[in-house]
Every structure is written in C-alpha cells, then in structure tokens.
Design a protein around this ligand. Sequence first.
Ligand SMILES: Nc1ncnc2c1ncn2[C@@H]1O[C@H](COP(=O)(O)OP(=O)(O)OP(=O)(O)O)[C@@H](O)[C@H]1O
Length: 284
Amino acid sequence: MVRASVSSYGHRVRWVDEAHAAYSDAVNAVRLAGVTFVRAGREILHGIDLTVGRGEQWALLGPNGAGKSTLLSICSATTFPSRGTARILDAQMGRVDLRELRRSIAVVDSRHPLRSNLPVLDIVLTGVTSTIERVPRWEPTDDERKRAEDLMSQLGVGEDPTQRWLTMSQGERGRTLIARALMTDPELLILDEPSTGLDLAARERMIATIDRLPETGVTTIMVTHHFEELPTRTTHAALVRAGRLVAAGPVEEVLTDENVSATFDHPVRIERIGGRWSARTRTP
Ligand SMILES: Nc1ncnc2c1ncn2[C@@H]1O[C@H](COP(=O)(O)OP(=O)(O)OP(=O)(O)O)[C@@H](O)[C@H]1O
C-alpha cells in the first residue's frame, strides 16, 4: 500500500514501505518504530519508522549532518535508541545478548580505525574475532584461514603477501574490509561510505563488488553521498534530512526529482542510465 503525505519541508512525498510493515519480523532484517535518538541533550533522530526486509539492498542518502551514520549505528546494533524500538534480525535491542546479535552483523567503514600495520590476511581474519586489531594468542582454524584466502582471492586483494594496511591504497583497503566483513557470513552487512576517497577505476571495482553481494543472500544497508555510487542492484532507498525520513521504499519510487530536491533543499534532476544513477542541479 502506498500512502501519500506532506513532509515537514512542504513537499508532497510518498511513503512506500507500508507494505513491508505488514510482514512478520521473520522476513525483516531491521524494523525501527518511532526511533528517536538524543545525544548531548540534542535530538538527532526524530521518530524514525523504517522496515528493511531480508535480502534487500538499501541505500541511505541525505545531506551532511542529516543523521545517516547515527541511523546506521542503530541498524548495526551499535547504538540504542533513546526512545522507540529497534528490532534487528528479529531481536529487540535491549532484550537480547548483543554479542550474539552482532555476530550476524558486519560493518564496513571507510574510516576503519586500524593502527597496526597488519598484512591483508590478518586484517581479514579480524572479522572472525570482530575486533579491529589481531587478538593476542588467538589463532585461526584451518577452515577460517582457507575462507579468508578464498574471500581475498574473490575480492582481488592480498596477491602480494608483503602488502600491509598502512601502505595499501584506499581501494585495496575497501576490498579488504569487505572480505573481512564476509568472514562470518553475516546476515546484515552495513556499508558506511565504502567508496569514499576512491579514484574512478577503484570506485567502479568497488561498486561491482557490492553489486555481487546479493548473490550471498545478505541484506545490505549502505550510506553514500553520491548517487553515482549506488550499485545497480540497489533495491530500496531512504532519504534522510535533519533526523527525519523524507521517503523510504523501493528505489525507483523514492529517488525522484521531487523527493531528492526536498531532501537536499536544492533543485535536483535524477537520471538512471544503464542501471546507474546520476544527480545534478535541475535548471528551469
Ligand atoms: N558524538 C557526537 N556528539 C554530539 N553530536 C553529534 C555526535 N556525532 C554526531 N553528532 C551530530 O548528530 C547529527 C547527525 O550526525 P551524523 O554523523 O549521524 O550525520 P550524517 O548524516 O552521517 O553526516 P555526514 O554525511 O556529514 O557524515 C549531526 O548534527 C552531528 O553534529
């Protein structure tokens, strides 16, 4: 069912995720109801309702400071809502063992805070321990090592065994972090600006990599600033502005000139060519 409403910015927007709300949680990866988040006395998210079905590929878009990363941290069960409920992979935050839940969730963050100059294999293996650094005295099993090597080969990293974190390019780091994230065969994969700082060829390789992820059945939620970076297999989008959703639902219905212009408070024309999107200023 599609419901039309008027956003707080005076634009008519369509809410298109109501059909999902009728689903049982068994088919939902994320279900947020009335999620509000307060930090340092300031309300950053205001009553967010969002349902992400399992196997869907979502993009979160919006201006700087809109609350995308905060929303992402609630979806990854890293941050608790101040009010409202968050069900992640059928588990209600606040009522489950978070360590157990987080085993099914992997996060790829372009600002990965690794300080040690680890080789690629060791970085990928930190996906098993869910740590940034290698855990002292922890050793992978033969199967874990084999899986890490398989993923490295699939993602095209680690061919040079001397390659280490501090000397890796942004593109190599990004693909290494995706291999790391896939180590635990996650049900939910969170991607925070995975293409940041990549040159054109590296960005295109990264998008092609992300485009292959649905084959694993994983649900993805990705934050990006650029419509050009949306993988072709993106199924849904959510537009965030000033801590509120402007629109959320199937990507073709959400990424309209009207919705995107309302989100960025700027006249925007959205085009989709060959499955990829672009956005530019709409001239009268
Ligand atoms: N640690 C913090 N303490 C106080 N306020 C914060 C903190 N982190 C973020 N904020 C504020 O919360 C709001 C939302 O931030 P958030 O990082 O979620 O936005 P974003 O949409 O991801 O932004 P960007 O696109 O710039 O990364 C911003 O106004 C930001 O200033």
